[in-house]
Ligand binder design. Structure first.
Ligand SMILES: [Zn+2]
Length: 192
């Protein structure tokens, strides 16, 4: 049984899951009834392969500063925002991806799916860390999608002149891209 899902906030003493499913890792302890309990305030992180659960202290999240450049993978696209996982910070890979929110451009009329898609790799700048929520901007010229996936079939989108075309199904899509779109060398340089 899982009481707290991946990425959810745990308080000290709060039950996270039962030990039959996940073994206790960092910052958790085993309670009498076989329940894994958090020992501090932080984010729950499950390692599904190794069947280990740990809690990431909130301090780690606070280490991110406004102005940091991050590489993220888009997980969910809503009307005016997108949810993404941070993969690297200032050219250094993060051990445990943190969740962030891609914020709309002020005055943006189009929906967010005109700029990013699920599975896209995006370079963004941290604009807020207020209350532990990491807000990102992709609107500067040097920020945006580095590599995009087709919304229909998840194929890679290739830049053909000014358009992005799916290499698998041929669908054309729109994104807010960086000038280095599609460059693996550029991607490696920001991954660290
Ligand atoms: Zn496609």
């Amino acid at each position: 049984m899982v009481f707290l899902k991946d990425g959810e906030l745990a308080s000290p003493g709060e039950p996270i899951c039962v030990t039959e499913e996940y073994m206790p890792g960092e910052n958790v302890r085993l309670d009498k009834g076989g329940v894994v309990v958090s020992i501090l305030r932080g984010k729950v992180s499950y390692d599904h392969e190794r069947r280990i659960v740990r809690v990431e202290p909130l301090k780690l999240v606070e280490k991110l500063k406004v102005g940091d450049k991050v590489l993220v993978e888009v997980k969910e696209v809503q009307d005016k925002i997108a949810i993404a996982n941070i993969l690297s910070i200032n050219g250094r890979l993060v051990k445990h991806p943190k969740t962030a929110v891609i914020l709309p451009n002020p005055g943006m009329k189009k929906t967010m799916d005109q700029y990013v898609g699920i599975g896209d790799l995006v370079v963004a700048s941290v604009v807020t860390t207020f209350m532990g929520i990491i807000g990102l901007s992709i609107w500067r010229q040097d920020l945006g999608v580095v590599l995009a996936r087709c919304n229909k079939c998840s194929g890679m989108l290739k830049k053909v002149r000014k358009r992005l075309i799916c290499v698998r199904c041929g669908k054309g899509e729109k994104r807010k891209i960086v000038p280095q779109y599609g460059s693996i060398a550029y991607l490696i340089s920001i991954m660290g």
